[in-house]
Design a protein around this ligand. Structure first.
Ligand code: NCD
Length: 310
């Protein structure tokens, strides 16, 4: 494994291995000093061309907990403002000597391009509407930690702005690798134009799945990708596709509620549900650091076992 650009880069064994590694790193993150020397001397660049709170800090925390050095690139104060291209930017950074690049970019395929231009390992932290593989790894880890490692046959509904969501695409692929049954729930205008390549089914009717799913994942309405043009008003969206308090009360007992964040509270999810007992939202963030430690370690250590959590 040289890069992690898409869930397609993983087979079931590789996904299981990353989850097992993340379990060891969860143990590390619970220690009084949550840090191991595994990647001492390695340099990880965090290259974010889109806003981010949790993903950027999660990767940077993961790299630091592995004792790697972190170079943070902020588009707003960089030579991108002077017109420097993505290729020139990454080749300039790479010339300083780097081992991995964690990249988020508004264009689908940007991470794949970078992987052609540099020798370093590239991790896709979200490329446009395309993929966000570490989010899917942390989501599936979180589900397995609650439902046991075998989640084949588990019924998962992914609700909301699927069309604009890289999280949904990566989650569907990862869940399918694990044998879960996924249903997308959204108005036509927020579903992918075709389900070809999406190993799942789709419905418009949230009411019909409520009592019938083990996991309900909500997605943020992607306002920055003009999602609001796809339905009459946010109020109408919430009325049909929001997880309101009333709908949450009709979920089967034990149904888990997830959201990758950031949330539009009161739009796709009611605040009471987001903060309620079924919600795994904070746990998703917590598990994200361990997943990113697992990915960085796997890419940069050669993945050869020995001394990983020592
Ligand atoms: C997601 C993203 O950026 O794709 N956020 C995240 O990484 N946790 C989802 C979103 O922005 O809605």
């Amino acid at each position: 494994m040289n890069h992690l650009l898409s869930i397609d880069d993983l087979d079931r064994a590789a996904l299981d291995e990353l989850h097992a590694l993340a379990e060891s790193f969860l143990e590390v993150t619970g220690r009084e000093i949550p840090k191991v020397p595994a990647l001492r001397g390695k340099v990880v660049v965090s290259l974010f061309y889109e806003d981010s709170t949790r993903t950027r800090l999660s990767f940077e925390t993961a790299a630091k907990r592995l004792s790697a050095d972190v170079m943070t690139f902020a588009v707003g104060s960089s030579s991108v403002k002077k017109g420097e291209s993505l290729r020139d930017t990454i080749q300039t950074i790479a010339a300083m000597g780097i081992d991995a690049v964690v990249v988020r970019h508004p264009s689908a395929g940007a991470a794949h391009q970078l992987a052609r231009w540099v020798d370093a390992s590239v991790v896709n932290a979200g490329d446009g509407r395309h993929e966000h593989p570490t989010q899917a790894l942390l989501d599936t880890l979180t589900i397995r930690r609650h439902r046991g490692p075998a989640i084949d046959g588990l019924r998962v509904a992914i609700v909301g702005d699927v069309r604009n969501s890289r999280v949904a695409r990566s989650d569907v692929k990862a869940l399918a690798l694990l044998g879960a049954e996924v249903t997308l729930v959204a108005p036509d205008t927020l579903l992918p134009p075709s389900l070809a390549g999406w190993p799942c089914t789709a419905t418009h009717d949230l009411e019909s799945v409520l009592g019938d799913v083990d996991v309900l994942m909500l997605l943020r309405i992607q306002r920055e990708r003009a999602a609001e043009a796809s339905f009459p008003s946010l109020r109408e969206f919430t009325a049909r596709w929001g997880l309101t308090v009333d709908r949450a009360a009709r979920l089967a007992p034990g149904t888990l509620v997830m959201h990758p964040g950031p949330m539009n509270r009161g739009v796709e999810i009611a605040p009471e549900v987001a903060d309620g007992p079924r919600s795994l939202i904070a746990e998703q963030v917590h598990n994200g650091v361990a997943i990113r430690m697992a990915v960085l370690w796997k890419l940069l250590s050669g993945g050869s076992g020995g001394g990983m959590v020592a």
